[in-house]
Write a protein that binds this ligand. Structure first.
Ligand code: ZN
Length: 205
């Protein structure tokens, strides 16, 4: 007869893992992520130690699932926690993938959800600022339109290639002089490491 307890409660396993990490002074940690849990690994050594613990635990309790089915995990050089809500965000930028977070006010990391909730404050940093452009990987054009912005002009290019010499500073100055009752933001629509494609949006003051 098998007198080992069948673990059906994932929370219990997570709780035991948390305790194990504390008892062993590990720097890895478990956070909330997309409604589930996320194991943020500090380094490969800790990953090894944690896997050992989990394998032993799964073995002892005859659990039929593995850790990947219980929670996501990643290393701390690719993930961070939102400074506002504490949720884990992937800080890596890949092509064709929605950006999950942004650094605002120089050093504050905010997830997309928190940015959405403070959109007006976030937009403030970009208004009449020729050094910054709202990245289309983070905010869609629709979200800009919802804030009552409308496209003024598009297809600006700036970069290392010949003729890509649109200068955000002079573009902005021209438009501010022409339309003193409006405010402007640049919208980064694409590009490469060597050039940027952007457009200008405005709304009434
Ligand atoms: Zn957040």
């Amino acid at each position: 007869m098998n007198n080992k307890t069948q673990i059906t409660n994932i929370e219990e396993l997570i709780c035991k893992l948390n305790k194990h990490m504390q008892d062993n002074n590990l720097n890895s940690n478990i956070y909330q992520y997309n409604g589930g849990s996320f194991l943020l690994l500090e380094n490969i050594e800790e990953e090894g130690q944690i896997n050992e613990f989990l394998e032993q635990y799964i073995d002892d309790n005859e659990i039929e699932y593995n850790i990947d089915m219980i929670m996501s995990s990643g290393f701390s050089d690719e993930y961070a926690t939102c400074h506002n809500c504490g949720e884990i965000v992937n800080t890596q930028v890949y092509e064709h993938r929605q950006v999950e977070c942004l650094i605002v006010n120089e050093c504050e990391l905010l997830c997309k959800k928190c940015l959405d909730n403070n959109l007006d404050q976030f937009i403030g940093e970009f208004i009449n600022n020729s050094n910054k452009a709202i990245n289309s990987a983070l905010f869609t054009e629709k979200e800009l339109l919802n804030l009552e912005f409308e496209k003024v002009t598009e297809n600006f290019e700036n970069g290392l290639y010949k003729s890509m010499n649109d200068d955000p500073k002079s573009i902005l100055n021209d438009f501010i002089n022409k339309y003193p009752n409006k405010e402007f933001v640049f919208f980064l629509e694409g590009g490469s490491p060597y050039h940027a494609e952007f457009s200008l949006y405005s709304r009434e003051l």
